[in-house]
Design a protein around this ligand. Structure first.
Ligand code: GRF
Length: 193
């Protein structure tokens, strides 16, 4: 068995816009001995994101950016990431699209979670679209981020059954429960753990 004593965790930043339930699961995971990452920075484009409170409770540095001047802001974020020695980014409900320039600076080191079985239902409103198409299954996907929306290499997916009484809200709740397990598992997978 690999002994993890003296094992140095990779510093990660989580980007959020809203509730931060995935952030919560990632923070919990990052505190475990088996986690290859620590969470050292939380970035939000929304000052009212509920997830920011989690950062405060867990004493994780938080930064809020107004993305109106995206290119300027991205450069500021890049220098913040450098200052905090961040080597990996987890997007978790982050509602801004990062530029190709930004993504290239963290090539292969940005992950995202999406509430559908990609490549189906890229973009927003995934649950309603899956219901409208009478899908039997939905689920979630963790993937690497490239410059095309929700199109990077898939790391892991979890499939769930859609039942006849499902609404977009009930489906979102069911999928979210799986998201909270899938993100940590995907991180372990990319580190071959
Ligand atoms: C999740 O469903 C995620 O897949 C999507 O946005 C939602 C964020 O939820 N990109 P939360 O903020 O992590 O609770």
């Amino acid at each position: 068995m690999v002994k993890l004593t003296g094992y140095k965790k990779i510093k990660a930043a989580v980007f959020i816009s809203g509730n931060g339930s995935n952030l919560k699961s990632l923070i919990k995971f990052s505190k475990k001995k088996k986690s290859p990452i620590s969470i050292d920075l939380i970035i939000s484009n929304n000052p009212k994101a509920k997830g920011l409170k989690l950062g405060k409770i867990n004493k994780i540095k938080r930064k809020v950016y107004n993305f109106k001047k995206k290119y300027k802001i991205e450069n500021q974020i890049l220098s913040d990431l450098k200052e905090h020695k961040v080597k990996m980014i987890c997007l978790a409900g982050f509602m801004e699209i990062l530029s190709r320039n930004f993504i290239n600076k963290f090539k292969g080191k940005i992950l995202n979670i999406h509430p559908s079985l990609l490549p189906k239902y890229k973009g927003l409103n995934t649950h309603q679209r899956a219901l409208d198409n009478n899908e039997k299954y939905s689920g979630c996907t963790v993937h690497f981020v490239n410059s095309k929306l929700d199109s990077g290499k898939i790391i892991l997916q979890k499939k769930i059954k859609i039942t006849k009484n499902d609404t977009k809200n009930s489906l979102a709740r069911k999928v979210l429960i799986q998201e909270h397990k899938l993100y940590p598992r995907s991180i372990l997978k990319i580190f071959n753990l």
